[in-house]
Design a protein around this ligand. Structure first.
Ligand code: CA
Length: 425
């Protein structure tokens, strides 16, 4: 699809450094609180938040036919509910406002509509109703199956026939920057059948991406892989924090529960599927052949570089993983087709995460469980300490971007610092 706002030759009157995730071609949506103002729908260019409510009040959206309440809002759900045709029009207008040519003279109002991102408080962009986590990386599922079951039959028999997933917890999805308390829970000591209670000792991250649903479906309605992308508004980075020791004891027979539900961290800007159009790529071959409702055509994977860094309390940082979302075996269209095949309905703002995105080599493994191979291969940190899992005081930072020629479209960060367990009061 040709989208005019994606043109890599477009230039803005706002300064954007070449390594910025947010050039004029990105125009993601998020919720910011600029100093002295209420929460509102904003976008970002370079390191400047663009206050879209101020822009609206200045008349810069005149003729687009959109209500003020779309921008004077604590979430972007109402914006997404306008539908892709209208949100494309809104992004097109924002693109025009920010261009060197600037036909609407927005630059004259730059003092009102631009605010440094460092001065803004970022909020959850989306009111998430339901959240599902998939398990769509063959490399991750193979690593986990090899560690905990049988290296010869690492994948369970269903894995290549359907995108495995589970229903997660929406209430504890938090925006980047929110500190996370180390979860308490039951674990089983080695060589024991008697559980003990205490702080998780094996706290982990999972490098994932999540898509945000922007169009409702009816109960009983199925979505085909062809239609699926109409229902996907955009993507965020997603850290599915995981307590491995709690998970190991609790997960049979119904799957993850408290080991996952204490927190998930997302990046603050929802990058539209439209902006990611240049990064479409082919997915891995699927063999055996999948059932007809999961078959698809065209490029349904996205070539997005992903990394995870751990920052220790003294500020030192080590990048512990370099991966790419193109490795995912099951794409988002297949995930949505599968999720709705039984008639389960979706609401605007629902979120579906990919599952840990690992590549083939150890440098690209997307969790400490895999990087340290169940704790048998600790990694060295720049401050002289080592890590098998995540310590109190560590900050885990996910980053991601696509690059094509001079065009770079990114997500910013999904960062969270681990605090000690919360004591009972
Ligand atoms: Ca996960």
């Amino acid at each position: 699809m040709q989208i005019e706002a994606n043109n890599p030759d477009l230039k803005s009157w706002v300064h954007v450094s070449p390594d910025s995730d947010f050039p004029i071609q990105n125009i993601p949506f998020g919720i910011a609180i600029p100093p002295g103002r209420t929460p509102r729908v904003c976008t970002i260019i370079g390191d400047k938040v663009v206050d879209l409510l101020e822009a609206y009040d200045l008349g810069l959206f005149d003729g687009v036919g959109v209500q003020r309440s779309v921008f004077k809002n604590r979430y972007i759900n109402e914006l997404m509910a306008l539908g892709k045709e209208k949100t494309r029009e809104i992004r097109q207008r924002i693109s025009e406002l920010l261009r060197v040519e600037d036909p609407h003279h927005a630059e004259l109002h730059s003092g009102r509509i631009l605010v440094s991102v460092s001065q803004c408080k970022m909020m959850m962009p989306v009111k998430v109703g339901d959240y599902t986590d998939f398990y769509s990386s063959e490399e991750h599922a193979t690593n986990v199956g090899t560690m905990f079951r049988d290296p010869e039959n690492a994948l369970l028999p269903n894995w290549k026939h359907l995108p495995v997933g589970y229903h997660g917890r929406a209430s504890s999805i938090v925006v980047s920057g929110t500190p996370i308390h180390r979860p308490m829970g039951q674990t089983i000591p080695p060589d024991s059948q008697q559980p003990v209670f205490g702080p998780s000792k094996l706290l982990d991250f999972e490098l994932e991406m999540a898509f945000v649903v922007g169009k409702e479906t009816r109960l009983g309605q199925r979505i085909s892989t062809e239609e699926a992308e109409d229902y996907i508004f955009g993507l965020v980075l997603f850290n599915d924090w995981s307590a491995r020791d709690i998970q190991k004891w609790e997960y049979v027979p119904l799957g993850p529960f408290l080991a996952k539900s204490f927190a998930s961290t997302v990046s603050p800007w929802v990058v539209t599927l439209d902006a990611l159009e240049p990064f479409r790529t082919v997915g891995p071959d699927q063999d055996p052949k999948v059932l007809p409702y999961l078959q698809y055509s065209g490029k349904k994977n996205y070539d997005l570089n992903l990394e995870v860094a751990i920052q220790t309390e003294n500020g030192d940082e080590k990048v512990v993983c370099n991966s790419n979302s193109k490795y995912l075996y099951w794409n988002m269209a297949q995930q949505l087709a599968h999720h709705t095949v039984n008639g389960c309905n979706f609401k605007i703002g629902d979120m579906c995460a990919s599952g840990t995105i690992s590549g083939k080599t150890p440098e690209s493994f997307g969790s400490m469980l895999e990087i340290s191979w169940k704790g048998t291969k600790p990694i060295q940190m720049p401050d002289g300490t080592s890590r098998k899992f995540i310590n109190d005081g560590d900050k885990v930072v996910l980053r991601g971007h696509g690059r094509k020629g001079k065009l770079r479209i990114g997500f910013g960060e999904a960062a969270g610092k681990i605090l000690p367990s919360n004591p009972f009061k």
